[in-house]
Design a binder for this molecule. Sequence first.
Ligand SMILES: [Fe+2]
Length: 482
Amino acid sequence: MLWCFMASARDFIDGDTYSSQDFAPVERELDHPELELLEGELPPGLQGVFARNSSNPRFVAPEPYHWFDGDGMVHAVSFADGRASYRNRWVRTAGLAEDEAAGRATWTGLLSRPDFTRAGGPYKNTANTDLLYWNGRLLALWWMGGGLPHALTVPELETEGPWPDAGTMTAHAKVDPRSGDLVFLDYAPTPPFATHGTLTTDGQLTRTPIELPGPRPQHDLALTERYTILLDVSMFADPEALTRGKVHMRFFPDRPTRVGLFDRKAHRLVRWFEVPACYVYHFANAWEQGREVIVTVCRMRDPLMYQPQPGRTDRVVPRISHLRLEPELVRWTLDLDTGLAREELIDSALAEFPRIDDRRLGSPTDAAFLGTFAEQEAFRFDGVRRVELGSGAAIERKYPAGWYGGEVSVAPLGPDPDDAVLVTFVSELGSGRSELWLLSARELDLVAKLAIPSRVPAGFHTRFIPGEACRSTRARPSSPLI
Ligand SMILES: [Fe+2]
């Protein structure tokens, strides 16, 4: 049985799209010690490192290529004393080392038949998906369950190696800003199909199996003060096909998605709530409000290209292989007294990769910041959208025609959540010119624009690492910085 949920090569947008133009990998690791300011000014209080992970194949990937196959590469801009510098480095995984020793790509891609005989396989842990800063460590995480994070130094971006302290996990682990605990999930093709984990800053590790009816591809989690929000999604490998040894992803519209509350004090899953069938990649945030739990998510109701759901719109929406991305930002209100969940639409704009100020994780949040999808089949953001999570009121800032940006991170400048800038890489499709943009969190006004002298390809998730971490983490602090 596979634990990959990308195993069907049917009906996918071909690998050329995700290996050319702005998705093409860069071939070199570079350092640009001082970036030119093109517009605006760097905020005086801005100190820290903005980093973004990405898929950047070291060698020409075997066909068929999937965007998620590439080796992890981190691009980062460090801000210190009113100046900014850039560097990019591969995450030096064991799989990448094996490829380098062979002088070619040797691993099975997601759209090929997996090689179960391969040590450490069948898929390469590329560490290409997400970045998390915890307890003095920058961790590069992989979207697929069953992989160890990789630790990197900041700001050097040198890979220290796989980081075993918490065990395997998926991308989108979180840091609880109250306790400093690392909170994570892992999933697997065999029981336990999911595992919840916490690691305290003094090294106490707790891993708890979660009872699920079968393997579930769970991409993200959310935190409240007391709970971790987990999902039992409605898109998963067809159980009947699995009995014949085949993985065929299906959406089950008659099977509600279940939202689980995992009590982190009691270390157990205490309750499931049902919401309409959907798939979810990313949460915006969650929090407790009296006897209710509020969860905000980018929800997909029609997530597979080859299995159209009733009323499929004719909007042009991004697709990655057979995955169809038509998100809506919704609010789930989980009533702890009745056990019922209510779903409400917050915003129907085509937008994903929601981010907030990391210090507000698990607390009531006014606004989330999302990338707005360009109307095309490739995954490209043509702007940034600020959405009020209460009223749904939204403002947007679009990039110039032909320019596309990545996920934003929120870089705080003071205690007020609006006293912050959003940071993201932005690149021009034809020329490959790349810039770093800073926008005000309140109005999305341009605060500063910096030239990156080399191309920064499209990528995945970002993290802003505040202030003190600009010092080398080769000598590690003993307490969490965020
Ligand atoms: Fe993600």
